[in-house]
Write a protein that binds this ligand. Sequence first.
Ligand code: ATP
Length: 261
Amino acid sequence: MSISVEHLNFSYCDRPVLEDVSFRAVCGEVVCIIGPNGVGKSTLFRCILGIINNYSGIAKINEIEIKTLKPKQLARLIAYIPQSHTPAFHYSVLDMTLMGTTAQMSAFATPRKQEIIVAEEALKILDIYHLRDRDFTKMSGGERQLVLIARALAQQAKVLIMDEPTANLDYGNQIRVLEQVKHLTSKGYTIIQSTHQPEQALYYADYVIALKDGRVYAAGKPHDVMDEELIFNLYGVRVKIQSLFDDKIRMCIPEDVLLHR
Ligand SMILES: Nc1ncnc2c1ncn2[C@@H]1O[C@H](COP(=O)(O)OP(=O)(O)OP(=O)(O)O)[C@@H](O)[C@H]1O
């Protein structure tokens, strides 16, 4: 599955937020959207998810214009994973995951054996099947985030949109969630995610789109576009980018931190 956005412009009332945004995400890729707070990352996701429709330009999934698809058709193609949250009700992990299967069900139908198999399979893929009967509200942030990803997998859509999937997670859970996300690309998923951590883009992205002032400021492979100048121009912070392990990995270290050493 591919997502392509062509010359997309969007304003909230008269205030332009996204201007002439174009990019393409293809099967098997993690595409990271980076950029400062308020630059329009979530707004771009809302356009791709069909929540916002009054933009100009084109957003397509597999060459079909997203605006032309009904919500249920779109839900079979694209799943959204929000930042981890705690729902008001005490759903079990399996019940939360089953909610993803409704995209494939007819109206008023209740989950049957087939849906339960799909939900359980999603939990197995993410290695959290053992949590199946646990109360979702009583889990750690990292476990909850994996359940939200399982819910998206149960939706059986091959494009996953993730808004800061590791926000509020501790270091261990960030790595576990991102490793699982990366692993999904080998299963044919297309993943578009936002992040506030340049390292996450350097470690995990196949392609990076840097937004600044509502426009695509830079785009390309992380090692090609994520340099010290880019980080300064996006975030106003001077950094040193360090190459490690024969340049397989690059790290981003703020200069101010080095000054204190
Ligand atoms: N419903 C809305 N009505 C009016 N303005 C909005 C609305 N939602 C967001 N905005 C504004 O649009 C701009 C882009 O917001 P958006 O949430 O897309 O940014 P973001 O890059 O996701 O930010 P963050 O990194 O802080 O999550 C911001 O200036 C925000 O205040």
